[in-house]
Design a protein around this ligand. Sequence first.
Ligand SMILES: [Zn+2]
Length: 213
Amino acid sequence: MLVFGHAGITLGAITLLNGLVTSTIRKRENAYSEIEPDNNTPGIPVSHGLSSWFTRLGHHWDLRILLVGSLLPDIIDKPLGQVLFRESLSSGRIFFHTLLFTSLVALGGLFLRYRTSRTWLLVLSAGTFAHLILDGMWRQELLTTLLWPFYGIEFPRAELTDWTENIWYDLLHNPAVFIPEIIGGVVIILFLWVLVRNGRLINFIRRGHLSNS
Ligand SMILES: [Zn+2]
């Protein structure tokens, strides 16, 4: 999976999950208090439909960090394993594609959240965890990397000859590659449309949140 697949599908999946969880909590709260459903919860901007779901997530999470996290394993491992240490490693999935790395980031995020109430590292770990899922790291040929160093200190080597050409070929001919990119691209376009339509693009770029405050 490439850039749009990872970034867009992660954003879409976590938006859906967050929207479902938030809706369920609100329904329960309204049922308990026997008050009419109210979208004017203090501090949460009023919005509807697709905007509402993106906004609920963007109010709590820095979505810029989530997007960076969704790409981080490839941003680090590909240059390291395919360019700088190509001879010795020969793989685009090394340290940052391991469960060990993601767990350490998540633990660091929990610690930071507990000590300072800052959530950025936790959000980053959610993005990197989503990356491992979308890469299908549980597959037999990738399991050794996912569980590194359980099966040994060396990472499996990959065939990198004509790697760039193969990516372009797969993008044009392989549905397993181009369909996720199309889905992710559509989510990114919808997200940008929500930002522009609500006049929140600049605020999002500056702060990572979707609210105007
Ligand atoms: Zn990857």
